[in-house]
Write a protein that binds this ligand. Sequence first.
Ligand SMILES: [Zn+2]
Length: 199
Amino acid sequence: MQRKLLPVFVLTLSFLVTPFNPAQGAVKYAFPVVGCTYTYAHSHHNYPATDILAKKGCKFVASTSGVIDEVNRVDKWSGKTNLGADRSGLYVSMIGDDGVRYYGSHLGKIADGIEPGVRVAVGDLLGFIGTSGDARGTAPHLHYGISWPTPPDIWWVRRGEIYPWPYLDKWKAGLNAYPAKAVAAKKAKVGEVPEQVGY
Ligand SMILES: [Zn+2]
């Protein structure tokens, strides 16, 4: 009997000494566009992000569970001023339970009830794909960014700090992939609010 019980004892022990890491297991992920066909490249102009091309009105959903961070329902972009803060047009950002900020912009409409502080589950509707901001006149797409939480209006961090496409590839295939480590590494390298340079 002693020999039979030993493996059970070892298993129990390893469970007790393994720290629970919410970023590696409990958190689930989903592709941020549902109900439509889409395409995206493994590249982006000027800084890390992914543009997911899909028809106007396609659904933008929460990549994971978390809390809504910043929301903009008014398109203030003008080709004359082309201010960095306005290029996004309508957008939603959320802070995932993994501590990562997820952001989608150029939306045509924000979903009802999506306001800062609102809790969302993975797959919850956040908005609809459009051409707001400096996407006006271009093919409708979701500009998708992954970064870390900052004080409000730090748009040059919010728009994206690591390339989302490696994670999108996994989520599309129904697999989990965890951006928290890569986000923390980039933040440690450049600081929470780096100086805005370039575009
Ligand atoms: Zn983009």
